[in-house]
Ligand binder design. Structure first.
Ligand SMILES: C[S@@+](CC[C@H](N)C(=O)[O-])C[C@H]1O[C@@H](n2cnc3c(N)ncnc32)[C@H](O)[C@@H]1O
Length: 285
């Protein structure tokens, strides 16, 4: 009887399956830097994939009033994290679940954090780009997303780091909306022109028909484009961009573009086959 109870306790504490990364906690100074670089606030819903003792969602709730969710493969860590949420008075805002991070619906996250190996980030990359809303912020401690370049990167001293150099990289990515495709551009008093935009992650390239190339960058639902002597900014709403442009120092003018053919963001999808069929991570945009 006692042996059966002990076995049950052992089983309850066993991981769901082998962990993909060891448990090493992010130093609190780095946690704060991660939350600050993402400008976390009370309106945010933060998900930490591989949440360990829960410190990132817990800190987001206690310091910034955000709601949060953590998934972790080690049930003991999940139990401790939920107990900490109660103790810190944020159990109504933050919840932890014992589950595989690769079977987690992230679509409602406005901020997503990871401290996982780069190989795991790379497996997550197409899924995050497909499921997170444009403008969602992805923040990592130490490990990046390959050729999806961070929108911001800082290095901070972390004297309480348990291994290696007492310094940590903190990186931020803003999930880009899809601006790719063929557009019809209108400016008051001018003939309509066609613009082609190709998009690789948050970077834009392309050109107006017969008029040089444009380079640009996406930040959530907004874009900035430049070509010789002209600069465009705009906000995407469905298949319409509205914004301002300026030409050789002249006063800014309104511009508008209507998409006539939608393209796909080049996210290097297809180079990996990371997800189990039937998992919420199994499909892409
Ligand atoms: C480096 S720790 C980071 C902990 C916490 N996010 C932090 O920054 O302090 C990585 C965590 O991911 C968990 N983990 C590894 N593979 C996982 C998986 N497939 N699903 C969920 N959690 C996983 C590990 O158990 C470990 O606690």
């Amino acid at each position: 009887m006692i042996r059966a109870a002990a076995l049950l306790l052992l089983l309850a504490a066993a991981p769901l399956r082998a962990s993909d990364a060891p448990y090493v906690s992010t130093p609190m100074s780095v946690v704060d830097a991660m939350l600050e670089i993402a400008q976390v606030g009370p309106q945010d819903y933060l998900i930490d994939l591989g949440s360990g003792d829960g410190r990132i969602p817990l800190r987001a709730a206690t310091r910034f009033g955000a709601r949060g969710f953590g998934v972790e493969i080690e049930p003991n860590l999940v139990r401790d994290a939920n107990a900490a949420a109660k103790k810190q008075g944020v159990a109504d805002k933050v919840r932890f679940e014992a589950r595989d991070l690769f079977d987690t619906d992230v679509s409602k996250a406005t901020v997503l954090t990871t401290y996982l190996f780069q190989s795991l980030n790379l497996r997550l990359r197409p899924y995050l780009l497909a499921k997170l809303q444009p403008g969602a912020r992805v923040v990592t401690h130490e490990f990046h997303f390959g050729n999806w370049q961070p929108d911001r990167k800082i290095t901070i001293t972390a004297p309480d780091k348990p291994y290696g150099d007492p310094r940590s990289d903190v990186m931020l990515w803003i999930v880009p909306a899809n601006f790719s495709g063929q557009w019809r551009v209108s400016v008051a008093g001018e003939a309509e022109r066609e613009l082609r935009l190709d998009q690789r992650f948050q970077m834009l390239s392309g050109g107006f028909a017969g008029k040089g190339s444009v380079e640009g960058r996406v930040n959530g639902n907004t874009l900035r484009l430049v070509l010789a002597g002209e600069a465009y900014s705009g906000v995407l709403d469905g298949d319409t961009i509205r914004g301002e442009f300026s030409r050789s120092g002249a006063a800014p003018q309104a511009w508008r573009a209507q998409r006539i053919q939608r393209g796909r963001i080049d996210v290097d999808a297809g180079t990996e086959t990371p997800f189990k069929s039937g998992s919420p991570m199994g499909d892409s945009r």
